[in-house]
Design a protein around this ligand. Structure first.
Ligand code: GLN
Length: 579
């Protein structure tokens, strides 16, 4: 039987950047999956860098890592958090990558001496890559990065324009996301920027059938009708996406506006009503005002750029849903701890109050490392729940080696290249790799969990798979010594050559992981480690002296909801057992 052709939804953006094109794309994917369709998404990035791997987090935000080791745009993180489909290297490419392929083809002589041009060579390569990512799917969402009018996105727009003729009008729909600003002095929303944006994109031969209007507040019918009239789209195809309290409300908002229904009609797809119970439950939970707040200190270097910890902060939010609590993240600059006491610095960042848990996220470079080591020591000694992720595991290992293991000069090869006490070191097999970005351990690796460990209990299984992005590893030469000093290596590569997880006995919650569990968390299935960590933070908050009242309050709400009260130990265990 011949398979059905893939249908394409092209998403472009106008007026300004950062209006949530990525989220909109992810939500359309979620809505169509909820209708039983098999959907995937591709992000086209117009910049020249070959991949986002070597770009500064200050400029680019987080690098999202896929199972197959792709270092991709953070929008793929949105796709995975909203959709069931797992992304791969195929789902994100840049102009740099496209040109790299075309130039390599030309050098090999593939074009037989012909003149190599943007049209058709670059546009053909863009279309080839889109079609490759779409293979086997009912729907492929294609998000074009940048804003209409940017010089660098022109080849991408031309490619998606051509695709309508290639795959048929009945198999394509163009969605344009714009901003409808509110002018306070005039007490009015303004549609003119949207009109101009539509005029611009129409000039490239792309005629949007759906306009998604982002706005601060809901738009009334009159405004929608005006946009419909001036922008040449049906009235019911002007979809309003006003600001929401949490991004996880968005699937329901867009569905209520009729977005998935319109898309189904335009693409001539027959499906039943979407199953949206999970999204509605998540939205209700995240907007529940009666939840207890758990405060988590995130001690890192890029504290002023929270976008670089996007998956991490989202993973904490997902675990808040699972634990019925609100998450407050306090970003603490680790360099500030270097000239101050850890507790004082954390308190200063949190209006004088202590936090319920400490997290050290992934990171690179020596800057601020001593401050992170001090934070890990504080968490260990004061029995504050502690989660060390990637660099965070390395920091916790160094701290333990120095203060318990008797290796007083313990460090990482990354911080002190000449050290003879590098408890964190580069792997032999990676030493020869020269190319930037080439020496990293990237993507999913299996990890075996030790029987009887907390890690084993939390995951509820013996073999897991998690995603990595780092160069350095725990140095096996020091493993026996650290183990003898009490550090538990609760997760290792199945052949035991790489330490992947550490934990401590006699501590409410102290776990370090060499991988990035945040990449696999989503609101419908929060990651077990984050769920357990947040439960431990909540338990430590509720068991704090002077908070007895709050414990009572929390217990009675839990009882009213028919769930068991959370006591410190139980909270951690409960969090391991599904959602
Ligand atoms: N800088 C460390 C390494 O390369 C940790 C990287 C990370 O946290 N992602 O090994």
């Amino acid at each position: 039987m011949e398979s059905r052709p893939t249908k394409y939804i092209f998403i472009t953006g106008g007026v300004v950047s950062s209006i949530g094109k990525g989220l909109t794309t992810a939500c359309i994917g979620a809505l169509l999956e909820a209708r039983g369709l098999k959907a995937t998404a591709v992000k086209l990035d117009p910049y020249i860098n070959v991949d986002p791997g070597t770009m500064s987090p200050f400029q680019h935000g987080e690098v999202f890592v896929t199972d197959d080791g792709g270092e991709t745009d953070l929008d793929l993180g949105h796709y995975e958090r909203f959709m069931g489909t797992r992304m791969s290297k195929l789902n994100n490419f840049t102009s740099g990558k496209v040109y790299e392929t075309v130039i390599a083809n030309e050098r090999r002589g593939d074009y037989l001496g012909g003149t190599v041009q943007v049209i058709p060579h670059i546009t053909d390569e863009i279309k080839r890559r889109i079609k490759l990512a779409a293979e086997g799917f009912d729907i492929c969402l294609v998000e074009v990065g940048g804003t209409v009018g940017d010089i660098e996105s022109l080849p991408f727009l031309e490619a998606i324009r051509q695709m309508r003729a290639d795959v048929g009008a009945q198999n394509t729909v163009y969605v344009h996301v714009t901003l409808v600003p509110h002018i306070a002095t005039a007490h009015e929303f303004k549609t003119k920027p949207t009109q101009h944006s539509i005029k611009e994109i129409t000039g490239y031969g792309i005629v949007p059938s759906i306009i998604i209007c982002r706005s601060e507040k809901p738009l009334d019918e009159k405004l929608k009708n005006k946009i419909s009239l001036f922008c040449n789209v049906s009235q019911n195809c002007v979809i309003n996406a006003p600001d929401v309290k949490t991004i996880y409300e968005l699937p329901m908002v867009l569905h209520t506006e009729g977005l998935d229904q319109r898309i189904a009609e335009l693409l001539n797809i027959w499906t039943g009503a979407p199953k949206l119970d999970a999204w509605s439950r998540i939205a209700t939970s995240l907007t529940d005002k009666n939840r207890e707040t758990v405060t988590i200190a995130m001690v890192g270097k890029y504290v002023d750029l929270t976008e670089s910890y996007k998956s991490l902060s989202e993973a904490l939010i997902h675990s808040g849903v699972a634990n019925n609590c609100k998450i407050k993240i306090v970003y603490v600059d680790s360099e500030a701890i270097e000239s101050n006491d850890a507790e004082q610095t954390i308190r200063a960042a949190n209006n004088g109050a202590m936090v319920d848990a400490i997290l050290i996220p992934g990171g690179f470079g020596v800057r601020g490392s001593e401050g992170k080591i001090a934070a890990a020591r504080y968490a260990r000694e004061k029995k504050v729940p502690f989660f060390g992720i990637c660099l965070g595991l390395q920091i916790a290992t160094i701290e333990y080696a120095r203060n318990i293991g008797g290796i007083t000069d313990a460090t990482s090869r990354e911080f002190t290249p000449e050290s003879s006490c590098a408890v964190i070191d580069i792997m032999e097999s990676q030493k020869s790799v020269e190319q930037k970005g080439g020496s990293m351990r990237l993507g999913a690796y299996p990890c075996a969990l030790k029987d009887g460990s907390k890690a084993r209990e939390i995951y509820g299984k013996a073999l897991i798979s998690e995603r990595h992005r780092h160069r350095f590893e725990v140095n096996n030469e020091f493993r026996a010594k650290l183990e003898a000093a009490g550090l538990i290596f609760s997760g290792t590569s199945p052949d035991d050559t790489l330490a992947e997880m550490i934990e401590l006995r006699d501590h409410p919650w102290f776990i370090g992981v060499q991988f990035h569990p945040e990449f696999q968390s989503n609101p419908r299935t929060p990651h077990p480690l984050f769920k357990s960590f947040v439960a431990a933070a909540l338990a430590s908050r509720l068991s704090d002296e002077g908070l007895t009242k709050k414990v009572e309050k929390h217990t009675s709400t839990q009882k009213a909801k028919g769930t068991a009260p959370l006591s410190s130990d139980k909270a951690a265990t409960e969090a391991t057992t599904g959602n």
